[in-house]
Write a protein that binds this ligand. Structure first.
Ligand SMILES: [Zn+2]
Length: 271
């Protein structure tokens, strides 16, 4: 009779094992192109520029440092080859991918302090340009909504007003830059929402690390130094209108939306 007693448990155990085997091995999500390709960077280090202008209540150099530390959070884990290249400060306000001269394209992190063109409750917007044919990312810009949000370097209120932590916000946006979508893991950097004053997204959660290191692993060998060059921009370097139209570049907007701090993504194809 022992076998009868254990039989239901054995069946249940078998069913559970079968279910578990169908579950994804990870929780992180990758951003997909309209064609279903996961977005990724083929070439790195990935360059970034910081726009010189910051909100007047913030000290410039510490603000630049917070942004640089946000990039560093995604480059310092031992498991990854991903690297960023700090190209310094810029006064250029021209956002979007430079299709006519890809080599002159600048990936800019910028505080927008007037004429915010996205949803008013978007904390930040990451616009990633990728090749529709294979999902390779070739450029991006991060716009920070300083029109509708008050930002700080320490997440503390300013004159009683709650603030958004810059490093917390930018670290999340850089996750979109490298091709990650929102995760359902509540403590992850790539979780879609968080309260004002939050700082935990500064530090990558294991779920974020899983995504980073699955997409850009070190254990399969890092690219040789001579391969760390600017991408051919998937043919964009052939700067004539015909080839560019065939290229079918698209812009993916990862838009942060929320009453206080709610980040969601939206895809908006353009040519
Ligand atoms: Zn987001």
């Amino acid at each position: 009779m022992r076998s009868n007693y254990y039989l239901p448990q054995l069946i249940l155990y078998t069913i559970l094992l079968s279910c578990i085997s169908f579950l994804p091995a990870h929780a992180y999500k990758r951003t997909l192109s309209p064609q279903g390709d996961a977005l990724y960077w083929e070439h790195y280090p990935i360059p970034f520029y910081i726009h010189r202008a910051v909100p007047s209540h913030l000290a410039a150099e510490p603000t630049y440092l917070a942004i640089r530390q946000s990039f560093q959070a995604w480059a310092e884990p031992e498991c990854t080859c991903l690297r960023f290249e700090d190209k310094g400060l810029t006064d250029d306000t021209q956002l979007g991918y430079n299709q006519k001269e890809p080599s002159k394209n600048q990936n800019i992190v910028i505080f927008v302090m007037q004429s915010w063109k996205h949803a008013s409750n978007a904390v930040a917007v990451t616009s990633t340009t990728f090749n529709e044919k294979n999902g390779e990312i070739v450029g991006y810009d991060i716009e920070i909504n300083a029109v509708n949000f008050l930002f700080s370097l320490d997440a503390m209120p300013i004159h009683g007003s709650p603030t958004m932590d810059i490093q917390n916000t930018i670290t999340h946006e850089i996750g979109h830059v490298i091709g990650l979508d929102h995760s359902n893991v509540g403590d992850s950097t790539m979780f879609a929402s968080g309260p004002v004053g939050e700082t935990k997204k500064r530090t990558l959660h294991q779920d974020d690390l899983d995504g980073l290191c699955d997409i850009y692993p070190k254990n399969r060998g890092c690219p040789l130094k001579q391969q760390l060059t600017q991408p051919e921009a998937c043919g964009c370097s052939t700067s004539n209108r015909t080839s560019l139209s065939l290229l079918s570049m698209s812009i993916l907007l990862s838009i942060g939306l929320g009453l206080i701090y709610r980040l969601r993504c939206k895809t908006r194809p353009t040519t």
